[in-house]
Design a protein around this ligand. Structure first.
Ligand code: NAD
Length: 352
């Protein structure tokens, strides 16, 4: 396996390969950039096909965190960790303790939090081994998903305003892919605002719960792309916008929680060519990390959610910049983020 020549390497500051034979832990901690502060980012647990796939995911996700924190105006760099293993069968106290020791050994350069496959109970175990933790139940804000869902909700409203010239969601249809932590909260907000829902998940129980609670229409996982909707909200895993799905996509807006929604950067340009407005993933899904950044003894939920509401105007600025330059929104977002994390005076030593 190569690192420095890896297509996703992008000058990562540090990548740690973590192996603990006793617990069976195999993990990768990727730190992309430390210019704005320590690298804050979630830990994902997934049954990766192999180390290559896990490394690619860690590198892409950590880079995304640098851009996300910069555009959310947070004093953090970007990092992410992945644990190779099935979250349904491979969890143990020893495994998370070992992970916590690896995080501690990085001396605060990486701050761990939840992501797909990792919940508050897991973070609580990790917190017994390291203080560089966010989202633990003691002293933390707990599950950040309601914050993420709120950010996606205000982001959908910004996209609807820009693309459809509408100030509300009444009578519009949103196709939500993935009804996990974020997807479920998002569906509640959308239904509360008068939107109709078309939903899917590979977990039948998750679908039934949303259909029963909100009267959503369920479709099979493959059918979500071609759903007759105003917004496609990807809230499952990444890379769902690819050559195949882009051709069947009917919604004029893509705005959802998933990280790394574009299979490749060129798909941002392809969405633009087809007249689809894309709300860049790391901008619209920053609500969780914003909540986490407000963590502390004086946590004020109203203040944190007011900060998240700023995603609305950040997206409008990106949409306008993209239009003004003819660039895809994904590129306009990258340029704006880079202004904020590569700007003058931002160096690793200044942030230390
Ligand atoms: P989750 O694991 O709770 O939910 C994901 C859901 O997607 C699950 O119900 C799963 O069954 C479903 N799913 C997986 N593959 C699918 C497929 N092919 N088709 C349909 N459904 C499928 O995860 P989550 O915390 O809700 O996060 C969802 C996405 O948002 C992830 O990409 C995550 O990285 C991103 N995200 C989450 C947060 C957060 O606060 N939780 C913050 C930022 C970004």
């Amino acid at each position: 396996m190569t690192l420095f020549t890896h297509p996703e390497f992008d000058d990562h500051a540090e990548v740690a390969f973590c192996r603990d034979p006793e617990s069976g832990l195999r993990a990768i901690i990727a730190i992309h950039n430390l210019n704005r502060g320590p690298a804050l980012g979630g830990c994902r647990m997934w049954s990766y096909a192999g180390e290559e796939e896990a490394l690619t995911d860690a590198l892409r996700l950590s880079r995304g965190m640098t851009y996300k924190s910069a555009l959310a105006g947070l004093p953090y760099g970007g990092g992410k960790s992945v644990i190779i293993g099935d979250p349904k069968t491979a969890k143990s106290e020893e495994l998370f303790r070992a992970m916590g020791r690896f995080v501690e050994s990085l001396g605060g350069r990486y701050i761990i939090a939840e992501d797909v496959g990792i919940g508050v109970p897991d973070i609580d175990i990790i917190a017994q081994e390291t203080k560089h933790v966010s989202g633990a139940s003691a002293g933390g804000v707990g599950d950040p998903s309601p914050g993420t869902a709120y950010g996606v909700y205000v982001g959908i409203r910004a996209a609807v305003k820009y693309k459809l010239g509408r100030d509300d969601l009444k009578g519009l249809t949103v196709a939500v892919q993935g009804l996990g932590h974020v997807g479920r909260y998002l569906c509640r907000r959308l239904a509360g605002a008068g939107a109709a829902l078309i939903v899917t998940d590979i977990d039948r129980n998750a679908v039934d719960a949303v259909v029963d609670e909100l009267g959503a229409k369920a479709v099979a996982p493959e059918e979500i792309y071609g759903a007759d909707a105003d917004v496609y909200a990807p809230c499952a895993l990444g890379a769902t916008i690819d050559d195949r799905t882009i051709k069947v996509l009917r919604a004029p807006i893509v705005a959802g929680a998933a990280n790394n929604q574009l299979a490749e950067p060129r798909h941002g340009a392809e969405l633009l060519r087809r007249g689809v407005l894309y709300a860049p993933d790391y901008v619209i899904n920053a609500g969780g990390v914003i909540v986490i950044s407000h963590e502390g003894p004086r946590y004020d939920k109203a203040e944190a959610f007011a900060h998240i509401a700023g995603i609305h105007d950040t997206l409008l600025e990106i949409f306008r910049r993209a239009d003004a330059t003819g660039a895809p929104t994904s590129e306009a977002a990258d340029r704006l983020a880079e202004e904020r994390f590569k700007g003058p005076g931002l160096t690793a030593s200044a942030a230390a």
